[in-house]
Design a protein around this ligand. Structure first.
Ligand SMILES: [Zn+2]
Length: 132
């Protein structure tokens, strides 16, 4: 599989901006909206570890804050092992794009592709009566 070079470049640029002094595991994410905009995020760690936020959620929250609600794909890049998204990020992404294509690539340059419903097959959902 090939990854769109633009999205991978954006993910890697975000990875380079990561603040990861505790884990030494920099991660970048590039989230493409349905109208072609790209929002990036990098992991931002904190001495109080629970305050840390993953790159995927940083990108998602930036996108949602800018009004985006529909997404085409996310590419996640890391300096180290393959960066499969954590459970919290999977759940956060499911809210907006349950079948989102997810591409992950680590230092070994091997590209792994999934859909979010493969990674998070039984997400937590609330029946709000709103259309899905
Ligand atoms: Zn995460």
């Amino acid at each position: 599989m090939t990854v769109g070079a633009d999205l991978l470049d954006e993910a890697r640029a975000a990875q380079a901006r990561a603040y990861a002094p505790y884990s030494d595991y920099p991660v970048g994410a590039a989230l493409e909206t349905s109208d072609g905009r790209v929002f990036t995020g990098s992991n931002v760690e904190n001495a109080s570890f629970s305050v840390t936020c993953c790159a995927e959620r940083v990108a998602l929250f930036a996108a949602v804050s800018a009004g985006a609600r529909e997404f085409r794909r996310i590419v996640i890049s890391a300096g180290g092992r393959t960066p499969y998204p954590c459970g919290a990020c999977r759940q956060a992404l499911v809210e907006f794009a349950p079948a989102l294509p997810v591409t992950v690539i680590g230092d070994d340059e091997r590209v792994h592709e999934f859909t979010l419903d493969q990674l998070q097959p039984h997400p937590f959902v609330l029946d709000t009566g709103r259309p899905a």
